[in-house]
Design a protein around this ligand. Structure first.
Ligand code: UD1
Ligand code: UDP
Length: 332
C-alpha cells in the first residue's frame, strides 16, 4: 500500500484538494493522510468540513499577524518533522500558496516525490499575483508529478523543460468541488442575512489579494460606492476574509452604507455557491471564484491589476455581458 500525504493550508487549497482526497481514499491501494498546516484556521477547517474531511494532522501554525517568512519557515519545519517520523511514498500539494511551496520543499529535501495539483498556471509576472506566481514556479521546479488543469497549463510546463511523461492533465478540481456541492444545494433556504436583498439585484464581492492591500483595496471600495450612488437598488454581499488587514479597510470604507451592503463572515462553501447563483454579478480577485463563476455562467469582474493586453479582454467581457450595472475598472 502506498502512503500519500495531501497537504493543505488555506481555504482554496481545502476546497480544491477535497475531491482529490475523497477520490484517493476510495482506492484501497493508498493510505491517505490529510495534513493541514493551519496557515488558515477556521477558514480552512470550515472548507474541509463542507466535504466531510477532518485533518489527520494539524500543525496549527497561524498567527494573527504572520509574515511570508514565518509561514514558509514554520510549514517547512512542521511538514519536515512530520515526514521524518511518518515515511511517505508521495506528498501532494495544491496551487500556489506559501504552504504549497514550503511543503513541497520539505518533501524535496527528503527525496519524497512531490505531486503538484493545479500545476502549470502562470501569469508570467513575478509580481502578480504576489507571491503566488513565484510559489507556483518554485513548486514546479522541484515537483516530480504534475497535474495541470488544462492543456495550456501543461504547455507552460513543457516550455519550462518538464518531461511530458510526468504531466497528467486532470481538469480543474474546483469544478469537481463545485458540482459536488451543487448536488447538495437542492432545497437550501435563503439565509436570514439576505433579507435586505429581497427583490433587489445582488452583487457578490470578495477581495483579499496581498498586492491589493491598502490603496487598491480602497479604490475597489470607492468603485462600490460609485455603483451605489448610481444604482441605489443594488445590494452588495461582502463575505469578509478573516485577515484584519483586509477587513479593517473594507469596514472603514463601506460602513454606513447599510442599505446597500451586507457584511458577512466567511460563508461556508454551500452558502457561498448559493450566493454566487443568487447574484447578478460577481466582483472578485479570487482565482477560485472566477473559475466557479464561469462554470455556473455568472459574469465576474476580476479585480486584479492587469497588463494592457488583458485589459482589452476585460472590457469586452463587461460589454458582452451587458449588465445594467456600471462598473469601474479599479486597478492602478
Ligand atoms: C493566503 C495565501 C493566498 C491565498 C489566500 C486564500 C499565501 C502567501 N497567501 O493569503 O495565496 O489566495 O490565503 O484566502 O500563502 N486569518 C484568520 N483565520 C483564518 C484565515 C486567516 O484569522 O482562518 C487571518 C489571520 O490574521 C492571518 C491573516 O488572516 O494572519 C492572513 O492569512 P495568510 O494565510 O497569511 O494570508 P492570506 O491573505 O489569507
Ligand atoms: N469561498 C467560500 N466562502 C467565502 C468566500 C469564498 O467558500 O465566503 C470559496 C470560493 O467559492 C472559492 C474559494 O473560497 O472556492 C476562494 O478562496 P479565497 O478567495 O480565500 O482564495 P483564492 O481563490 O483567492 O486563492
Amino acid at each position: 500500500m502506498k502512503k500519500i500525504t495531501c497537504i493543505v493550508g488555506t481555504r482554496p487549497e481545502a476546497i480544491k484538494m477535497s475531491p482529490v482526497i475523497i477520490e484517493l481514499r476510495k482506492n484501497k491501494n493508498f493510505h491517505v493522510t490529510a495534513l493541514a498546516t493551519g496557515q488558515h484556521t477556521d477558514m480552512l477547517i470550515q472548507a474541509l468540513n463542507d466535504f466531510g474531511i477532518v485533518p489527520d494532522v494539524n500543525l496549527n501554525i497561524m498567527k494573527k499577524t504572520q509574515t511570508l517568512d514565518y509561514i514558509t519557515a514554520s510549514v517547512l519545519q512542521g511538514v519536515g518533522e512530520f515526514l521524518d517520523v511518518h515515511e511517505q511514498d508521495m506528498i501532494l500539494v495544491h496551487g500556489d500558496t506559501s504552504t504549497t511551496f514550503a511543503a513541497a520543499l520539505a518533501g524535496f529535501y527528503r527525496h519524497i516525490p512531490v505531486g503538484h495539483v493545479e500545476a502549470g498556471l502562470r501569469s508570467h509576472d513575478l509580481s502578480l499575483p504576489f507571491p503566488e506566481e513565484a510559489n507556483r514556479l518554485l513548486t514546479d521546479r522541484i515537483a516530480k508529478m504534475f497535474f495541470p488543469p488544462t492543456q495550456g497549463d501543461a504547455d507552460n510546463l513543457i516550455r519550462e523543460g518538464i518531461d511530458e511523461n510526468h504531466i497528467h492533465i486532470t481538469g480543474n478540481t474546483v469544478i469537481d468541488a463545485l458540482y459536488a456541492i451543487l448536488e447538495k444545494q437542492k432545497g437550501i433556504r435563503e439565509p436570514e442575512y439576505m433579507r435586505k436583498a429581497e427583490g433587489r439585484p445582488l452583487v457578490l464581492m470578495t477581495a483579499h489579494r496581498r498586492e491589493s492591500w491598502g490603496e487598491t483595496l480602497r479604490g475597489i471600495c470607492e468603485g462600490v460606492i460609485d455603483v451605489i450612488h448610481e444604482r441605489n437598488d443594488v445590494v452588495f454581499l461582502i463575505p469578509l476574509h478573516k485577515n484584519p488587514v483586509v477587513r479593517d479597510v473594507i469596514h472603514e470604507c463601506l460602513d454606513g452604507y447599510d442599505d446597500n451592503v451586507i457584511f458577512a463572515e466567511p460563508l461556508n462553501y454551500p452558502e457561498f455557491v448559493y450566493a454566487m447563483n443568487r447574484s447578478v454579478f460577481i466582483l472578485s480577485d479570487s482565482g477560485g471564484v472566477q473559475e466557479e463563476a464561469s462554470a455556473i455562467n455568472k459574469p465576474v469582474l476580476i479585480m486584479r491589476t492587469f497588463q494592457k493586453d488583458q485589459m482589452r479582454l476585460l472590457t469586452e467581457h463587461v460589454f458582452l455581458w451587458g449588465q445594467n450595472v456600471r462598473i469601474f475598472v479599479m486597478s492602478h
